[in-house]
Design a protein around this ligand. Structure first.
Ligand code: ADP
Ligand code: MG
Length: 250
C-alpha cells in the first residue's frame, strides 16, 4: 500500500516560490491502478517525479507498506518502475540493453537471467524481433513498448507513468495501450499514471482522481467500472465521460 500524507512540493526560483502541490493526501491499495487526470500545468509530472525520487519534497510523507513493513518510499529500497513521457531510453544502448538496465543497476539481473519471464514480456509487448536495434531505428510505438517492457522487467513495487501514450498517433496508441493492459492485468503492479486524457484514465485506471488546475487538490474521485473496456458506447459510459470532462474544467 502507498500512503501519501500531507505532501507539499514547490519550485523555487530567485524571484518566487511556485507551490505546485499543497497538502495532498491519499492512499493506494496494492494492485490498483490510479489514474490521475488533470489539466496541463496542474502538477502531474511534478507528483510523478517526486514519487520517483527525482524531485525533493517540501513536507509530508510518502510511505510504502508491504505486509507488516512500512517505510518511506525510497528508490534505493523499493523497485520503482518509471515510464516517462519521452520514454527515457538511452540512445547508445540497444532495446535489450535498455530493458535490462534497471535490473542490472539493482544487481537483480542474475535472478531473472534465462527465465521465461523476460522473454514472455518481450513477446507480449512484441519487441522480441527488435532487441538488437537502437532507439533511433525504432518507431514511436516500438519506443513506447520498449519503455513498458523495461518497467515491467523490474517487477516494480510501484509503477509510475507520465502521459505514457500521448506521444503516439491514435492507432499506435490504441495498440500500445492494449498490449500494456494485457501485461499489466497479468501482474498487477501498484500503479499511478497521470494523464490529461479522459479516455486513457477510463481505460487504464481502476480508480480515477481528478486533480485541480492549481494546488494539486483532488477534486473528484471514483472507482472505475469501465476499466479495460474498449470503446464502450453505452450511455452510462458517455455520462461518466461528460462528468469527468466537467470536473476537469472546473
Ligand atoms: P503537468 O505535468 O500537470 O502539466 P507540471 O508538473 O509539469 O504540470 O508543472 C506544474 C507547475 O510547475 C507548472 O506551473 C510549471 O510551470 C511548474 N514547473 C514545472 N517544472 C518546473 C521547474 N523545473 N521549475 C520551475 N517550475 C516548474
Ligand atoms: Mg506533465
Amino acid at each position: 500500500m502507498l500512503n501519501i500524507n500531507d505532501l507539499s512540493i514547490h519550485y523555487q526560483s530567485r524571484q518566487a516560490i511556485n507551490p505546485v502541490i499543497r497538502h495532498l493526501s491519499f492512499q493506494l491499495q496494492k494492485g490498483e491502478a490510479l489514474a490521475i487526470l488533470g489539466p496541463s500545468g496542474c502538477g502531474k509530472s511534478t507528483l510523478i517525479n517526486a514519487l520517483a525520487g527525482s524531485l525533493p519534497i517540501e513536507s509530508g510523507t510518502i510511505e510504502y507498506t508491504a505486509g507488516e513493513q512500512s517505510s518511506p518510499l525510497d528508490p534505493k529500497l523499493h523497485k520503482i518502475g518509471l515510464i516517462p513521457q519521452n520514454f527515457g531510453l538511452l540512445p547508445w544502448k540497444t532495446v535489450k540493453e535498455n530493458c535490462l538496465l534497471p535490473l542490472k543497476i539493482r544487481k537483480e539481473y542474475h535472478k531473472s537471467r534465462g527465465t521465461d519471464d523476460i522473454n514472455q514480456i518481450y513477446e507480449a509487448l512484441n519487441i522480441h524481433n527488435i532487441l538488437d536495434k537502437y532507439p533511433n531505428e525504432l518507431s514511436g510505438g516500438q519506443l513506447q513498448r520498449t519503455a513498458i517492457a523495461r518497467a515491467f522487467l523490474l517487477k516494480p513495487d510501484l509503477l509510475l507513468m507520465d502521459e505514457p501514450f500521448s506521444a503516439l498517433d491514435a492507432i499506435t496508441r490504441e495498440e500500445a495501450r492494449e498490449l500494456f493492459l494485457k501485461v499489466w492485468a497479468n501482474r498487477r503492479p501498484t500503479t499511478i499514471l497521470v494523464t490529461h486524457s479522459i479516455e486513457e484514465a477510463l481505460y487504464l485506471g481502476t480508480i480515477i482522481y481528478v486533480m485541480a488546475a492549481q494546488g494539486g487538490d483532488i477534486n473528484y474521485q471514483m472507482k472505475n467500472p469501465y476499466f479495460g473496456e474498449i470503446d464502450p458506447e453505452h450511455t452510462d459510459y458517455l455520462t461518466t465521460k461528460q462528468l469527468l470532462r466537467e470536473q476537469l474544467i472546473t
